[in-house]
Design a binder for this molecule. Structure first.
Ligand SMILES: Nc1ncnc2c1ncn2[C@@H]1O[C@H](COP(=O)(O)OP(=O)(O)OP(=O)(O)O)[C@@H](O)[C@H]1O
Ligand SMILES: Cc1cn([C@H]2C[C@H](O)[C@@H](COP(=O)(O)O)O2)c(=O)[nH]c1=O
Length: 229
């Protein structure tokens, strides 16, 4: 008798730098593990040896917006083929700290690169990656749920001020992050079934409650009474 694999789940965390994503990603992974699911925890740009090299270039070397976008999608393609698709095919929960919405928000809204051309790159990079073909040959991989941490840029800047040495993105002015936020808002508007807006200007515990409510509502986790991040 063969035991059916659980359906793979793909969840992304998004938001401007300092919005508080990292503080909750491991806790969500542990909540799934506690309920018997295997979890692949990963990040973008990055997640594979090649993509981590591309991440270092993107975060530290000066380049124009098209170069930035191409590097983001090259890293993503490798990440999808090497890590995300195989894990989903094994029935795992894949949790990624950022995915394609970040490219639309940062390179699109933030840097001003064409949204239409990003859509072309998105389709190129995210089709034909599934080991077990998706519903159709032109099936495009996207997260099943995106938790968007929405926080005013000035609050994020205050949180990051003492946290670490800024990279090329973290060093950007507040207006850049205000545009990035508008980019996330636009992506959320066009994919309301996938996006969950998290009010990230709340206490850590209140943010954690919003996250768990979102996954419990989907039926992906059983109710976790009194759980803590
Ligand atoms: N709800 C919260 N209230 C106050 N401070 C918080 C909250 N959540 C996280 N922080 C603090 O804000 C800072 C940034 O948080 P964190 O590193 O989790 O953000 P991030 O979204 O992962 O940032 P990045 O995308 O740049 O890695 C940290 O110092 C963290 O301790
Ligand atoms: C995927 C992706 C990321 N970025 C930016 C966003 C952040 O500033 C950094 C990643 O740093 P983090 O601490 O891991 O959040 O990269 C981007 O500009 N475009 C992208 O596609």
């Amino acid at each position: 008798m063969s035991t059916a694999l659980p359906k793979g789940l793909f969840i992304s965390f998004e938001g401007i730098d300092g919005a508080g994503k990292s503080s909750h990603i491991e806790a969500l992974a542990q909540a799934f593990r506690d309920q018997g699911r295997a979890v692949t925890l990963t990040r973008e740009p990055g997640g594979t040896p090649l993509a981590e090299k591309l991440r270092a270039l993107m975060l530290h070397d000066a380049m124009d917006p098209l170069t930035e976008a191409l590097i983001a999608f090259a890293a993503r393609r490798d990440h999808l083929v090497q890590v995300i698709e195989p894990a989903l095919a094994r029935g795992e929960v894949v949790i990624s700290d950022r995915f394609t919405d970040a490219t639309f928000a940062y390179q699109g809204a933030g840097r001003g690169f064409s949204w239409e051309q990003l859509s072309v790159l998105e389709r190129m990079a995210q089709t034909g990656t599934a080991l077990q073909a998706g519903p159709s040959p032109d099936f495009m991989r996207e997260p099943d749920m995106t938790l968007w941490f929405d926080l005013p840029a000035e609050v994020a800047a205050e949180r990051l001020a003492t946290a670490r040495v800024p990279d090329r993105f973290e060093a950007q002015p507040g207006e850049f992050f205000a545009r990035v936020t508008q980019g996330y808002a636009e992506r959320a508007r066009t994919a309301p079934q996938r996006f969950v807006r998290i009010d990230a200007h709340a206490s850590r515990h209140a943010v954690w409650q919003q996250i768990t409510q979102a996954v419990v509502r989907k039926g992906w986790l059983a109710i976790m009474v009194g759980s803590k991040p």
